[in-house]
Write a new protein. Sequence first.
Length: 232
Amino acid sequence: MNNQKQTYSWTIVVIALIVFWPVGLFLLIGKLSNDRSASFGGGSGLVKFVGIILLIIAVSGLTTFTSGDSSVMTGGIIMAIVFALPGIWLLKKSKVIKNDGYKNKAYINYIVNNQVHDVAELARRMNVSQDVVIRDVNGMISKGMLGRARLNLNNGRIEFPRPKPSTTHRDAYNRPSTPHRDERQTRQRPVEDEYKPFQPKTIRCSACSANNFVETLPAQCDYCGTSLHETK
């Protein structure tokens, strides 16, 4: 279910933005387009930080070069513009990423965690119109943020495919019943109980807060692609 494209890490994107911002902007746009974690607010703080750095460089260059002759002043103004424009854009973009993250997390909480699949009820809880909910949900589905869900406009509901039966439960059901032998084996090998295999469970994603039913680890979130870890 998880078909997220591989992108550069946020560290590489930030370094590129500081060292040579045109390349950094190219990497950032690719990151925002292909990394679903960015749709849940991931990286907004780093983008804001880089924007502030670029603005500081712009102001510093302007104040430094304005103290010289006209040619130096011209260079200072050009430098200020070159760094100020992307800095302002990054600050605005960080705010958009953050706000979109809050909105998408709210949708995930209602749709996935609380099983609210009715468009009208979602609109009421999100305090927006049904048209906005339809637009937002369609956008999330197109980005793979709702797994294999689909929006049925005929009945106004978000529909998910039925989950397949767990192989663990099926094997346990089909296993022949030998209670006496199993009891003796358990008593003879108590050490093996300390190394129990991973039991299927629901794990909450640390990035988008979605509940994921996980049968094996390692695993990734079905909605944002973040690695899932078992909480101790």
